[in-house]
Write a protein that binds this ligand. Sequence first.
Ligand SMILES: CC(C)(COP(=O)(O)OP(=O)(O)OC[C@H]1O[C@@H](n2cnc3c(N)ncnc32)[C@H](O)[C@@H]1OP(=O)(O)O)[C@@H](O)C(=O)NCCC(=O)NCCS
Length: 384
Amino acid sequence: MRETWVVGAASNRFGKMKESGREAATRVAMEAILQSGLAPKDIGYTFVSNAFGISEHQGHIGPLINNGLGIPGVPSATIESACSSSSAALHEAFVHVAGGFLDAALVVGVEKLSHLDTLAATSYFAVGADYPFEAKNGATFPGLYATLASAYRHAYSTKDEMFGAIALKNHANAARNPHAHFQKEISMETYLGSPMIASPLRLYDCCPFSDGAAAVVVAAKEFMTRPVTEPLVIRASARAGSVTDMQDRPDLLGLPSARLAAEKAFRQAKMSPKEIDFLEVHDCFTIAEALALEDLGFFPRGTAAQESLEGVTARDAKLPVNPSGGLKAKGHPVSATGASQVVEVFEQMNGLAKGREVPKAETALTHNVGATGGSCSVHIFSRR
Ligand SMILES: CC(C)(COP(=O)(O)OP(=O)(O)OC[C@H]1O[C@@H](n2cnc3c(N)ncnc32)[C@H](O)[C@@H]1OP(=O)(O)O)[C@@H](O)C(=O)NCCC(=O)NCCS
């Protein structure tokens, strides 16, 4: 395998986009390529994610993006893995570059949803669950994650403030992130007073519906004779799956795919959780952040929510988690989320995360879940 780097990464501001998904994707892709010091002609393949492009009456956006970049002859493919789509695309890019099939590849994730109301967006998203068992019977993602939150609260001694602490931290981080959907801090009083969405999840336990686009350029070390950025070495790129419908899982106290992907990733990188400086994890709901930290092996079962309340995961604390603001507050434009986690790692390691720097940024891990864990990607990065 060849040493493989992330050499450019760009994102727009998540929230509401005026431009179409295809326009936004092309713009951030060009930004990421220019940042890398490469030219569009150096890209050998474009891996695109756009799970809900159909809502814009547009599928097959890879060729459209490549055409906009002036490289219509370059091949492209759309990679779909629900909310983990663009980290799955990154995995494909890594495999091709590390395996010697490509010298450089482009990963783009984009979603535009703001033209849909909450009911329509919720119905679109629900197709990522197991339709006959879950969505057809009325299950939505807030409902499914509420089930996971109820199981956690039933198994362990918890209080609302533990989950509130996760929301407050992520809003505080997003307030310092120009890419974030919500750039405002919230108080515990606001959290506790917010409306119940799917008990026990309140409004501030949930990620919002966001538009957004993010792009990452991946290249072989030997192809980058004069890198112009501080490259991220991809130390591990691991994916795993699990039973999608929750009633067939052995327990609801974690996501099996996340545990499997984490084991694989740490094995590939020959590293342990102790060697990771900061993390971007998939906090589509506050319970998901607690489960992620336990699935990834950073905290023993049943303790991550308490650790969050004690401030251990704050941006300037021992284990910074979601310095970008996470899905909760940076936003969750489904197919752009995985790539945007890499943008945060890239900005932290390149001194571009002004005002929200983590104390140490030599190594980082990203964790991106599809639906309630039918799929999961874990990537580990380090500086050279
Ligand atoms: C939580 C949720 C139901 C709220 O939807 P809603 O009640 O229709 O809210 P609206 O879109 O009408 O927004 C009302 C206000 O709440 C804010 N808001 C919406 N969702 C928010 C969230 N998740 N967190 C904080 N504020 C939120 C809006 O910005 C708006 O504020 P404003 O009045 O100051 O402009 C919706 O955001 C949701 O379903 N989120 C989860 C998305 C999801 O399942 N993603 C997939 C995860 S696997």
